[in-house]
Write a protein that binds this ligand. Sequence first.
Ligand code: NAP
Length: 293
Amino acid sequence: MQITGKTKLLGVIGDPIAHSLSPVMHNAAITHLGLDYIYLPFQIKPEDLQTAIEGFRAINLQGFNITIPHKQTIMPLLTEISATAQLVGAVNTVYQTPQGWAGTNTDVQGFIAPLKNLRDWRKTQVLILGYGGAARAVVVGCQQLGCQEIHVAGRNPEKLRDFWQSWANFPGLVSIHPWEQRASLLPHMDLVVNTTPIGTTPDVHASPVDLSVITALKSGAIAYDLIYNPAKTLFLQQAEQKGAIILNGLEMLVQQGAIALEMWLNCPAPLAVMQKSLSSYQGLPTIVKPLQK
Ligand code: NAP
């Protein structure tokens, strides 16, 4: 990659930002495509967000990703927000329009990508563990897949109720359950999604579901952990032993980035290159089959 006077800028904003894998993945794709772009990390404090967005316009940034803590707070600063981002209540990708900055949320399509061709999702039941930001994208993803029942289990009754109330415009979309009830729900589920950080590095010996409960998984069920480090969490290891189909968060991460890149560059993103850049950067083995494109 050679930076020239014509090099165009892309980036990701967050606070902190040093942990972000997006620069690795996007710059690998840009290099592979031979385009005169560079993708940079920007650490922006919450109180500087508006100034930063104005500055991005001034320096003609072509587009950017957003991570914690700006995914919601950026929304009033945008001139347009996609229907998907409005449903999720968070924006993770911003692009230029003649009117200003437009925002969308590519996590939903990223989450769906490894699932959509696995089975017919009508008449399926889903259990989502956790009610944070990622769980919102998972709910919208499951709705788009056409899942029949979406159950959410969480540990804090007040936050759980707030989560449920946030879907008030979609009566019956989500059922909520106290954290303790996940054991009795699990045997009926076709898909179980861990959206909590339980099991991520360094706490790799933790699982959101006890082994004794995992053994009750239905035959053919899918266990999906949004965590990608480690590649195979304890939750996935145990579900695999029980014969479940397992998916980690790596493909979601790559797919959400690829959709953003395609919006900015208007050309197909090299998914396999992006996935490989992360695997080699983190030493993460791939447990989903390599992406083709
Ligand atoms: P978040 O907004 O902080 O939500 C985390 C959720 O987990 C909250 O509901 C939290 O409940 C719950 N939780 C945390 N510790 C728990 C515990 N010990 N027992 C029960 N529940 C617990 O975080 P997020 O942005 O949704 O991200 C969640 C995970 O998904 C992270 O591991 C993140 O890396 C991963 N992720 C992956 C991708 C991808 O592309 N693969 C994308 C987004 C996120 P409380 O609020 O009560 O603490």
